[in-house]
Design a protein around this ligand. Structure first.
Ligand SMILES: *[C@@H]1O[C@H](CO)[C@@H](O)[C@H](O)[C@H]1NC(C)=O
Ligand SMILES: *[C@@H]1O[C@H](CO)[C@@H](O)[C@H](O)[C@H]1NC(C)=O
Ligand SMILES: *[C@@H]1O[C@H](CO)[C@@H](O)[C@H](O)[C@H]1NC(C)=O
Length: 294
């Protein structure tokens, strides 16, 4: 050691070594403070080989949005105009039947009437339309509607009764109560006695799809199922039915930032935006024509 250079003062040493250590400790502490997102792997790639669409089609789709949108949620809006629909990239004339399945159909006008009937490019084909909706309050309006078959169930991975539940969202002194739709917080809500809960019939969507459509059919699916999409998509891939769907519009529900109300996340969904993004990317890498739906 050079005797003319004294050791750094202990306080300086503390700063040099202490700061990174403090930073590390704070990072670890914050990981415990914030509820970590589900660690369930979203990796589907191990289930290759996969689907139909060649990479020349996939590369022409609208790019996936990698950055989490932090603006106030307005539903399908400005993103819709960016969608590159499969029938605008390929010829449907070789398909046998044309089928549209709306999972989470709700009101006829919420997506079948307002979007699929009016905007989806159909190359003059008549599509058979299936409205999958478990909520009985929507069923009456489908009875008289020709060309639409109502399946009064929730889309699920097996036939059983499931709980739709919704606990109130509480941010500070504000409380938002919501109707129960989708399986979000279903079981917890059923247990706590304060939340809105309904029990609905759910059906095995893969089984239905496999029995009702074939490779030669052109099948479009919209999936807005309040978080269940993660399990449905895994099930479709695992049971080899994903490729029966030619074009999929999927809303991936993530833990959304609510600028309007609090600037906080509301912890309703345990998927983060980056996990949703990875799921879309994996599906496209596997040859699925999948779009982000909002
Ligand atoms: C669709 O049908 C209409 C009316 O029959 C016809 O005028 C039009 O050319 C058709 N378009 C295509 C893309 O086949
Ligand atoms: C599941 O439910 C659907 C719809 O009711 C029915 O068609 C199908 O046969 C059922 N599948 C099984 C395995 O019970
Ligand atoms: C969220 O967590 C619950 C319980 O751990 C799990 O059952 C559910 O599948 C998870 N949801 C997603 C989207 O991973």
């Amino acid at each position: 050691m050079n005797p003319r250079k004294p050791n750094p003062a202990p306080s300086l040493k503390l700063i040099v070594y202490g700061m990174p250590l403090l930073f590390l400790l704070l990072t670890i502490a914050s990981m415990f403070k914030h509820k970590p997102y589900t660690t369930t792997t979203t990796t589907l790639t191990s289930l290759r080989p996969h689907c139909n669409a060649p990479s020349s089609i996939i590369s022409q789709l609208e790019p996936l949005i990698a950055e989490e949108p932090l603006d106030v949620w307005e539903g399908l809006g400005k993103e819709e105009s960016h969608i590159r629909y499969l029938p605008s990239l390929t010829d449907l004339s070789r398909s046998r039947r044309f089928i549209y399945v709306d999972l989470g159909a709700r009101d006829y006008d919420s997506s079948i009437g307002s979007w699929f009937a009016k905007q989806y490019p159909k190359q003059n084909r008549t599509f058979e339309i299936y409205a999958v909706e478990a909520d009985a309050s929507f069923h009456a309006q489908y009875r008289a509607r020709r060309g639409v078959t109502l399946l009064p169930y929730a889309a699920w991975v097996r036939n059983e009764t499931v709980v739709f539940g919704s606990r109130p969202i509480v941010v500070g002194s504000k409380v938002w109560r919501m109707r129960p739709f989708g399986r979000i917080e279903g079981e917890q809500a059923a247990a706590d006695g304060m939340s809105a809960v309904v029990r609905v019939a759910a059906f095995d969507f893969v089984e239905w799809l496999t029995r009702n459509v074939a490779e030669e059919d052109f099948v479009v699916v919209k999936m807005d199922v309040e978080g269940t999409e993660i399990e449905l998509v895994r099930d479709l891939v695992k049971r080899g039915a994903m490729c029966l769907i030619d074009e999929l519009f999927m809303e991936c529900h993530f833990d959304r930032y609510v600028k309007c109300c609090s600037g906080e996340r509301i912890n309703r969904f345990n998927f983060s935006y980056p996990q949703c993004y990875r799921l879309f990317k994996e599906l496209r890498d596997m040859g699925s024509v999948v779009h982000q739906w909002w």
